[in-house]
Design a protein around this ligand. Structure first.
Ligand SMILES: *Cc1c(COP(=O)(O)O)cnc(C)c1O
Length: 391
C-alpha cells in the first residue's frame, strides 16, 4: 500500500508530551507561566540576541515590529514580491503601503535592484527616503530569508544605512540559519536588522502549533511585550496608555516550543543529510536541479526547491505537481507573486523579473525532518521515471 509522503509535517517525539503535561498538571495554560520565559530566554541565548518576545504568530511579531519601527499611516515599506503573503499583510495593518522588489538567484531580495530603486526612483529629504512617484516617505524594508536561505544581509544592511531605512527581517523560515564567514560571521538570520521575526507554525522547522517570536534590543522588546498583552501598565488597576493587542504566546504553546528547541540542531542535521542525498540523486535527472543555499552560511535546510528546466524536462511544474500527487507525493509550487494578488495588484513594483521566472519553475519537495531514506528514493524514482517514459 502506498503511503502519502507529505511536504512538511511536525516532528514531536522529544519532550513535547512531558512538558505540555507538566503545564496542564500545574494548571498554567494561558499567557503566564514558566515555559514562556524559559522559551524566550533559551531562544535569545541560542540566537545570541538581546531579547526575544513570544507571540501568537510570526505575523503578529511582524506587526509589532512595524509598530515599534514607528511606521505611520501613509508611509511606504519595501518588501519582496516572492514570499508568503504574511510577510506583507502587516504593512497594511499599520496603514502603510508595500512597494514590491524583485529577488536574485537566492530567491531573496535583490540588493542591486534595491540600491538602484533607492538611488534612481527616490530622493532624500531631511534625512528620509522619499519615493519620487508617490512623494511618500519610505520608512523601512522587510527582508525575507526564503526557505531557510540567508538574504544578502551584508549588502542590504549597508543600503538601509545609506538611505535611513529600518530593517525588519522576516526570519520565519530561517530559524537556525547563520553566517559562517564575512562581517556577520556567527550572526543568525533575524538578528542583523533592527527587528527579526520567527514563526512556530505547524510547517516550520520547529513548531508550537501556532506561534512566533519577535527579536531585537531590550528597550524595543519590552515595549513589544507590553503591546502584546493589551498594553496593560498596571496589573491591579488595569491602566492602559496605548491601544494594545492580544498577541502573547500561551504557556501550553511555549511548553511545546521548549521541547522543540531542544531538538532544533538535530532536525537541521537530518534535513542537511536528506538535502544532500536528494541533491546527489537528482543531479542525474536531466532538466531538474535542487537549488543551492548561499555560500558562507549554515542554512537550516528548511525547504528543498526543485527547479524545472522547461527546455529539457518533459513536464512543467503544474503537470509535475499532479503527477507527484497521483504517486502519493505531496509537492507545492512556490507562492504566486504578492503584487499579483488582489489586495496588492495596484501597488508599485520595481523590475519584477526573476521572481516571476522562479515562481514558474520551482516546486518544493518533501522535506520533513522525519523523512527516511526510502522516502527520498521513492521521490527520486518517481521523478526519474518521467524522463524515461514520456519522451
Ligand atoms: C510562516 C511565515 C510567516 C508567518 O508566520 P505565522 O506564524 O504563520 O504567522 C511570515 N512570513 C513567511 C515568509 C512565512 O513563511
Amino acid at each position: 500500500m502506498n503511503k502519502l509522503i507529505p511536504l512538511s509535517v511536525p516532528n514531536l517525539k522529544g519532550n513535547e508530551l512531558k512538558y505540555v503535561s507538566k503545564a496542564i498538571e500545574e494548571e498554567w495554560v494561558s499567557t503566564g507561566g514558566a515555559f514562556i520565559n524559559a522559551f524566550e530566554n533559551q531562544m535569545a541565548s541560542y540566537l545570541n540576541v538581546e531579547k526575544a518576545v513570544a507571540c501568537q504568530s510570526g505575523t503578529a511579531a511582524l506587526h509589532l515590529a512595524l509598530i515599534l519601527s514607528g511606521v505611520e499611516s501613509g508611509e511606504e515599506i519595501i518588501v519582496p514580491t516572492l514570499t508568503f503573503i504574511a510577510s506583507v499583510n502587516p504593512v497594511r495593518y499599520v496603514g502603510a503601503e508595500p512597494i514590491f522588489m524583485d529577488c536574485d538567484n537566492s530567491l531573496t531580495m535583490d540588493p542591486y535592484k534595491l540600491e538602484e530603486f533607492c538611488n534612481k526612483k527616490c530622493h532624500m529629504v531631511d534625512g528620509f527616503l522619499i519615493n519620487n512617484k508617490s512623494c511618500k516617505k519610505i520608512k523601512a524594508l522587510i527582508v525575507v530569508h526564503i526557505f531557510g536561505n540567508m538574504a544578502d544581509m551584508e549588502s542590504i544592511v549597508k543600503i538601509a544605512k545609506k538611505y535611513n531605512l529600518i530593517v525588519i527581517e522576516d526570519a520565519t523560515e530561517a530559524l537556525g540559519t547563520y553566517y559562517t564567514e564575512g562581517e556577520f560571521a556567527n550572526r543568525h538570520a533575524g538578528t542583523m536588522g533592527d527587528f527579526g521575526a520567527i514563526s512556530f507554525n505547524g510547517n516550520k522547522i520547529i513548531t508550537t502549533g501556532g506561534g512566533g517570536m519577535l527579536l531585537g534590543n531590550s528597550k524595543d522588546l519590552d515595549r513589544a511585550r507590553y503591546l502584546s498583552t493589551q498594553a496593560k501598565k498596571d496589573n491591579i488597576y488595569y491602566i492602559h496608555d496605548d491601544v494594545g493587542y492580544n498577541y502573547r504566546m500561551t504557556n501550553l504553546q511555549a511548553a511545546l516550543g521548549v521541547a522543540q528547541l531542544e531538538q532544533l540542531e538535530k532536525f537541521i542535521n537530518k534535513k542537511k543529510e536528506n538535502y544532500e542525498l536528494y541533491k546527489l540523486l537528482i543531479s542525474d535527472i536531466p532538466g531538474l536541479e535542487i537549488l543551492e543555499f548561499r555560500r558562507g552560511i549554515r542554512p537550516n535546510y528548511w525547504f528543498y526547491s526543485l527547479r524545472i528546466n522547461k527546455e529539457i524536462f518533459p513536464m512543467d511544474k503544474d503537470e509535475l505537481l499532479q503527477f507527484m500527487n497521483i504517486n502519493g507525493i505531496q509537492t507545492r509550487p512556490i507562492w504566486g507573486l504578492i503584487n499579483e494578488q488582489k489586495p496588492y495588484e495596484h501597488n508599485q513594483t520595481y523590475k519584477i523579473e526573476k521572481s516571476r521566472k522562479f515562481s514558474e519553475e520551482i516546486l518544493n519537495i518533501p522535506c520533513s525532518s522525519n523523512l527516511i531514506k526510502e522516502d527520498i528514493f521513492k521521490v527520486v524514482s518517481v521523478l526519474s521515471s518521467i524522463t524515461k517514459e514520456n519522451r
